[in-house]
Design a protein around this ligand. Structure first.
Ligand code: ATP
Ligand code: MG
Length: 583
């Protein structure tokens, strides 16, 4: 059984009571109902200064400083305090020291269950964050990992990202992912020279793109380029070779007329030389024939001997004739000797001429065949040149066509490089954007929140049914409604019902043993009955503050067996039955 003791806190002098079922604090204005509610809330939430607000940045702060906390002590006293006991465990707060002392494991409740803060009063962004926290809508590490992998991350990268989210927080990692996305866009823009857009990124094609390029491997394209370059080089080389070759051949062919006439002249010269030679031979033969057939003394050589009779013989008219024996005895006449000598000289001279003219004729013949050879060469060259000029090269296209082919291959290689680079960057951007979307406040966290909201709405519906209230619900867009109407449109008492239902729901979500509902006098009879009916059915302590003018107007919860009603006066608290008797 829990009990509370409050001393010299705000308007309270001294108040002690047990905490069970419903505690109704009733009394006129300014008697200390709220003071007790705040002291109990301070003890359960272990907040020494129970005046809280939430900043735009989601930080819970006290509205008074610790230095100002003395103002919470009842005027005229040095110290005040609250003590919450639950068996052996205890929480004690002393003011103005703001000391929170605990013993054992005292019961605790969140600032939302105790009513020190209401999500309904938070700035919209913080409302989402606080709701997420309260209904346990924060994705677990396993859920995070699964979602990242679903978005395309590897298991290792997903685990790494989970780790970084847990260490640095969602927003820091979302920012880092966004920065990475900007870098990837930069890469895409480098490839394309254009500014990135996700639709553009999905369909972008480089200049000169042909669908056929997509089917070609990098190797095919670079090989085609190398081949085109080679073909161009070969084409340029063959052009140069054939041009110089034709020029050379034509130069040779130009000698044909000169060589032809030179050849004709040389043929005449050669025939002349042959004739001279022929004449010389004839002259020689004549000179030899004219030689005498008889021996002419010692001036002549020994006559030949006949092979049969051994008599002296000599050649005459192709046959042998006998040489007269007496002739040997005859001294030849000197005139005859001189004539023979002259004839012999003539023979030698003729032989010399035969040799000379023979050599000359041979030389002229060589000259002629030389000219004829050169003429044949010239004719060959002429034919070759004509042939070359008439016959087209292996690939007859002009060099410029080869250059165009090289350019085409180059532009294909370049287009593929750009397309693939841009596509890669685009895919990375899309994947990264998927992570960013998950990491943003409205990403994975919101998705989990929506699932948790389903459960939460179910609980809210149960509570509202028990209180016979209209349905309190939270939309998918986090708008809070009562009977389908937006919170800000509701009457003050309707808003109170919503806050009360939320508080109870949060107390359950937290496992808090208490809920504190001050200012319940705003509710009419039906509203109060509904609330008490609801609280009476819950396994939780409720502290309810309610302005009442007279003790007899206060509902007796003890008689209804759902709690205890108290009457407050002069900073003190009394059970309603005692207060009624006192009057
Ligand atoms: N430090 C303090 N010393 C003495 N009285 C204080 C101090 N602080 C606040 N009070 C007064 O204590 C009284 C009780 O205030 P409290 O808010 O508890 O009243 P209440 O019963 O909730 O009134 P209401 O019906 O208006 O809500 C008030 O008159 C208030 O001005
Ligand atoms: Mg009050």
């Amino acid at each position: 059984m829990m009990d509370v003791s409050v001393m010299n806190f705000r308007g309270i002098d001294k108040a002690e009571f047990l905490l069970s079922n419903i505690i109704l604090l009733a009394g006129p204005n300014g008697v200390g109902k709220t003071s007790i509610c705040l002291a109990v809330a301070a003890a359960f939430s272990q907040q020494a200064i129970p005046f809280l607000q939430m900043s735009d940045k989601g930080k819970v702060a006290t509205t008074i400083t610790k230095a100002e906390s003395g103002r919470m002590v009842r005027t005229g006293y040095e110290t005040g305090g609250v003590r919450l006991r639950d068996g052996e465990s205890e929480t004690q707060i002393l003011w103005p020291q703001c000391d929170v002392k605990t013993k054992g494991k005292p019961p605790t409740a969140s600032v939302y269950a105790t009513g020190l803060l209401s999500v309904l009063n938070l700035p919209p962004k913080e409302q989402v964050r606080a709701l997420a926290d309260l209904i346990k809508a924060i994705p677990s590490a396993d859920e995070m990992k699964a979602s990242f992998m679903e978005a395309g991350m590897s298991e290792k990268a997903a685990l790494d990202t989970v780790e970084r989210v847990l260490v640095n927080g969602w927003d820091a990692i979302a920012e880092a992912a966004k920065t990475h996305g900007a870098k990837l866009k930069g890469q895409w823009e480098t490839y394309t020279g254009e500014s990135y857009g996700s639709a553009k990124g999905a369909t972008w094609l480089p200049m000169g793109w042909e669908d056929v390029i997509a089917q070609m491997s990098d190797e095919t394209l670079t090989n085609a380029l190398a081949n085109a370059k080679q073909a161009l080089e070969t084409r340029i080389a063959s052009e140069a070779v054939s041009a110089s070759l034709v020029e050379e051949l034509q130069k040779k062919a130009a000698e044909i007329p000169v060589l032809t006439s030179e050849g004709e002249r040389q043929a005449i010269t050669w025939r002349g030389a042959q004739k001279d030679c022929e004449d010389a031979r004839k002259a020689h033969a004549a000179a030899v024939a004219a030689l005498p057939m008889v021996e002419v003394g010692g001036a002549m050589a020994e006559p030949l001997a006949c092979p049969h009779c051994k008599k002296k013989v000599a050649f005459k008219d192709g046959g042998l004739v006998k040489v007269a024996a007496r002739a040997a005895a005859v001294e030849p006449a000197p005139e005859a000797v001189a004539a023979v000598e002259a004839m012999r000289a003539k023979v030698a001279e003729c032989r010399e001429l035969v040799n000379l003219t023979g050599r000359k004729a041979a030389a002229e013949q060589r000259n002629l065949s030389d000219i004829e050879y050169r003429l044949r060469e010239a004719h060959n060259a002429d034919a070759k040149a004509k042939n070359l000029l008439a016959k087209p090269p292996a690939d007859p296209r002009p060099v410029e066509a080869f250059r165009d082919e090289v350019r085409l291959c180059e532009s294909r290689v370049e287009a593929k490089r750009k397309k693939e680079g841009a596509d890669r960057a685009h895919a990375s951007i899309a994947a990264n954007q998927a992570y960013v979307n998950l990491l943003m406040p409205d990403g994975l966290r919101k998705r989990k929140l929506l699932r948790a909201l389903d459960d939460f709405n179910t609980r809210l519906a149960e509570l509202c049914t028990k209180a016979a209230y209209k349905l309190v619900s939270v939309d998918e867009d986090m708008a809070i409604r009562y009977g389908g109407r937006s919170y800000y449109l509701l009457s003050a008492s309707e808003q109170y019902r919503v806050r009360a239902i939320f508080q109870i729901a949060f107390a359950f979500a937290d496992g808090a043993p208490v809920v504190i509902l001050d200012g319940a006098d705003i509710l009419d009879a039906d509203g109060r009955n509904g609330m008490f009916t609801l609280l009476g059915q819950l396994d939780i302590v409720a502290v309810v503050g309610m302005t009442m003018n007279k003790p007899e107007q206060v509902p007796d919860l003890e008689r209804a067996a759902i709690g205890v009603s108290y009457w407050m006066a002069d900073g003190r608290i009394r059970e309603i039955k005692e207060a009624a008797q006192a009057q």
